[in-house]
Design a protein around this ligand. Structure first.
Ligand SMILES: Nc1ncnc2c1ncn2[C@@H]1O[C@H](COP(=O)(O)OP(=O)(O)OP(=O)(O)O)[C@@H](O)[C@H]1O
Length: 244
C-alpha cells in the first residue's frame, strides 16, 4: 500500500533569473497536515521566488513540486485545486463590499452562485467576518482586510495555504488575530507555509526554514535552531545564519 501523499512536497528546486546569482539552489521542503512552517529569510533571500514556484507562476529550472500528490507541472489544475494563497501585495477592490470581493473571485473561477454563496458564508463565518459582509473594503482596518483575503483564499477549501509576508503593515493586535485565525485553520488540518522576514513570527510554529541567498540554511524546530547555532534566542540565531 502506498503512503498517503503529503499536502506539499518540493524537491531540489532551482531557479535563476536572467541576470545575477541563482535565486534558489536545491531547495527542498515538505509540509505535514495541520502544521505551520515559517519560511524565514532576509530581503532578497528567495522567499517570493519560492512561493512563485509553489503557486505555478514560474516554472523551476530543476526540481519538482507535488501538492496532495499531484505533480504541479504535469497536472497544474489538480495540484492547484488544493492550494490557497494570500499574496504579499493586497489585492482587494476597495470600493466593493466584502461579499462582492469574494463573489468576484468565485465568478472568476466559474463557480456557480448556488455553490458559491454557501462557501462565501462559511468562509466569512470561519474568520468571524459575518458582520462585515456588506461593508466596503475601504471602510475596514488593515487587519480585517487581510482576513478578507484569507477568506478568499479558503473559498475552494484548500488543504495547503501559502501566506507571503501577510502581516506587513499590520499592528501587533491585528497580527496576533491573523495568527489566531491561521491557528484555527491548522486545527482543521490545513498545512501552512508562512513566509516572513520577522523572527517574532516563528513563535508557535512547528518548524522553521531559514533561507539565505537562495539556499536553506536551517530546517527544524526553533529549539533545534538554537542548538545548531549555539545562540540564546531565535533573533541571534537567525542573524548568525544569515550574515555575509
Ligand atoms: N523578476 C526578477 N528578475 C531578476 N531578478 C529577480 C527577480 N525577482 C527576484 N530577483 C532576484 O532574486 C533574488 C531573490 O529575490 P526574492 O524576491 O525571491 O527574495 P525575497 O526573499 O522574497 O525578498 P523580499 O523579502 O525583499 O521580497 C534577489 O537577488 C532578487 O534580486
Amino acid at each position: 500500500m502506498s503512503a498517503a501523499p503529503l499536502p506539499l512536497q518540493a524537491q531540489g528546486l532551482c531557479k535563476s533569473y536572467r541576470r545575477g546569482k541563482p535565486a534558489l539552489q536545491e531547495v527542498s521542503l515538505q509540509l505535514e497536515r495541520g502544521e505551520r512552517v515559517v519560511l524565514l529569510g532576509p530581503n532578497g533571500a528567495g522567499k517570493s521566488t519560492l512561493l512563485q514556484l509553489l503557486t505555478g507562476l514560474f516554472v523551476p529550472d530543476a526540481g519538482s513540486i507535488h501538492i496532495e500528490g499531484h505533480d504541479l507541472r504535469r497536472h497544474p489544475h489538480r495540484a492547484l485545486a488544493h492550494l490557497g494563497v494570500v499574496f504579499q501585495q493586497p489585492a482587494l477592490d476597495l470600493d466593493l463590499s466584502v461579499r462582492a470581493n469574494l463573489r468576484f473571485h468565485t465568478d472568476l473561477h466559474g463557480m456557480p452562485r448556488r455553490e458559491a454563496e454557501p462557501r462565501i458564508d462559511a468562509a466569512l463565518q470561519r474568520l468571524g467576518l459575518e458582520g462585515e459582509h456588506g461593508k466596503a473594503c475601504r471602510a475596514l482596518s488593515g487587519g480585517t482586510r487581510r482576513k478578507v483575503e484569507l477568506a478568499r483564499a479558503l473559498l475552494h477549501s484548500p488543504s495547503v495555504l501559502l501566506m507571503d509576508e501577510a502581516t506587513v503593515g499590520l499592528d501587533p493586535a491585528s497580527r496576533a488575530q491573523l495568527l489566531q485565525s491561521v491557528s484555527t485553520l491548522q486545527s482543521e488540518g490545513v498545512a501552512v507555509l508562512w513566509a516572513t522576514h520577522l523572527v517574532e513570527e516563528v513563535a508557535g510554529a512547528q518548524r522553521l526554514l531559514v533561507l539565505h541567498q537562495g539556499r536553506i540554511r536551517h530546517q527544524g524546530s526553533v529549539a533545534e535552531l538554537l542548538h545548531a547555532t549555539g545562540e540564546a534566542d531565535a533573533q541571534a540565531a537567525f542573524l548568525a545564519l544569515t550574515k555575509g
